[in-house]
Design a protein around this ligand. Sequence first.
Ligand SMILES: Nc1ncnc2c1ncn2[C@@H]1O[C@H](COP(=O)(O)OP(=O)(O)O)[C@@H](O)[C@H]1O
Ligand SMILES: Cc1cn([C@H]2C[C@H](O)[C@@H](COP(=O)(O)OP(=O)(O)O)O2)c(=O)[nH]c1=O
Length: 191
Amino acid sequence: MYIAIEGIDTAGKSTQIAALKKHFPQAVTTKEPGGTEIGKEIREMVLSAKTKSKRAEFLLFLADRAEHIKEVIEPNLHKVIISDRSAVSGVAYALIQEDIDTKDLVYLNDFATKKIYPKKIFLLRLTKEELEFRLSQKELDGIELRGSEYLLQIQESIKKASELLGLTLIEIDATKPINEITEEILSNINN
Ligand SMILES: Nc1ncnc2c1ncn2[C@@H]1O[C@H](COP(=O)(O)OP(=O)(O)O)[C@@H](O)[C@H]1O
Ligand SMILES: Cc1cn([C@H]2C[C@H](O)[C@@H](COP(=O)(O)OP(=O)(O)O)O2)c(=O)[nH]c1=O
């Protein structure tokens, strides 16, 4: 089963994936961007935020996604795959940044993913206060430097993105204690 953990920066995705790995030691854990060799290079490029064109940035993320699907997701669909982000992030961030028609956003992600999408998607939802606290605790990358208001817009956009892709989102309060979130995810996976 292909599972995606979604959420804005600092929502707790990496933390939950590490906790879930203890429950699914055989699971394939991965991420977007950067889940493949080429993806690591693309991640460096996009996190540097050097692209002047938001469309170019969007296409770089699509290239990362196409390689991720081919190299990691498709060959392991018979296993449990837990991915830190997915095409849902791709559409969500693009919806905010770019004047790309939504039907093109969906078509281009269908093209990159060959319509291979997560079967379960968990959105770790942060409050403004908690987001700002967590951002204050780390060095910000080029995208995080766009600020908390921008990231909270993204959080709302993640819901719209999953609807556009025809995918069901399971929303979880990311301000809860780590173990409670893990238990909530596990109970949804096992249902
Ligand atoms: N449920 C939680 N409660 C409090 N702090 C958390 C929780 N989950 C994660 N954190 C902390 O928030 C920060 C960001 O977590 P991380 O898993 O790196 O988020 P992401 O991968 O979504 O960017 C880390 O310092 C982590 O320890
Ligand atoms: C997958 C994806 C991520 N992004 C953004 C989300 C993050 O800000 C950044 C990826 O950096 P990453 O370190 O994965 O974010 P996080 O802090 O959540 O771990 O790129 C897009 O803009 N488009 C995409 O398609």
